[in-house]
Design a protein around this ligand. Structure first.
Ligand SMILES: [Zn+2]
Length: 211
């Protein structure tokens, strides 16, 4: 499986595009926020002859959702996310105003729910959905066992964890979830976070000051 990383929008959000030799791909957290960023994503897909099978979200804070409407309308997919984060979409216009972004015409809606234990398939690949709330109530992460890859959104960063002072946040729940569900994965697992550089489960188990 190949992994392409885009850093989009003023919040420097990582959008991941995963694909294999079947040319099917998934997009995780489309954060592209304007025409030129949309074009970067679109060109990559076109240049590599890819077919978008899924748009899946770790959670629904606006910086992870800015490109969702574009991806859905251009590639004929629906936004897939956990229903416990639905309220964040409803609050998206207000949240964007708070961060100084121009207003969006309409926030996207969840077209398919992702729940703990679900498997997202594309090409020959399987992504396992793990629910790890605490940064937001509906936060999920995606685990690709075959390549030891974990897409953690805003749950786990290199030497940090997600903030828990936003709506629905819970610090204890977040720490417990990381310890139970993520630190128990093989230490060589590469962690691809929603912001900043990649790390590994083994490195975070030893060095993350919050765990
Ligand atoms: Zn977030």
């Amino acid at each position: 499986m190949k992994i392409n990383i885009f850093e989009f929008n003023p919040i420097a959000e990582n959008t991941y595009l995963l694909y294999d030799d079947t040319k099917e791909c998934v997009i995780i957290d489309a954060g592209c926020c304007n025409d030129s960023e949309n074009k970067v994503l679109q060109n990559f897909i076109t240049d590599n002859g890819l077919t978008v099978k899924h748009l899946i979200n770790t959670h629904l804070h606006f910086d992870h959702v800015l490109g969702a409407s574009f991806v859905c309308s251009h590639f004929g997919v629906v936004l897939e996310a956990n229903a416990a984060d639905k309220f964040l979409l409803e609050g998206m216009p207000a949240q964007m105003k708070m961060f100084g972004f121009p207003p969006v015409a309409a926030a996207p809606v969840i077209g398919k729910e992702l729940n703990d234990g679900d498997v997202v398939e594309f090409g020959k690949q399987k992504l396992h959905v793990l629910h790890v709330p605490g940064h937001s109530p509906g936060h999920v992460v995606f685990y690709h066992k075959e390549s030891d890859s974990l897409f953690t959104g805003d749950v786990l960063f290199r030497e940090s964890i997600g903030r828990t002072d936003l709506a629905g946040g819970n610090h204890q729940q977040l720490v417990t979830g990381i310890k139970k569900k993520l630190l128990t994965l093989p230490p060589q697992t590469t962690v691809y976070p929603g912001h900043g550089p990649a790390t590994t489960i083994g490195f975070e188990a030893e060095n993350n000051p919050y765990l």
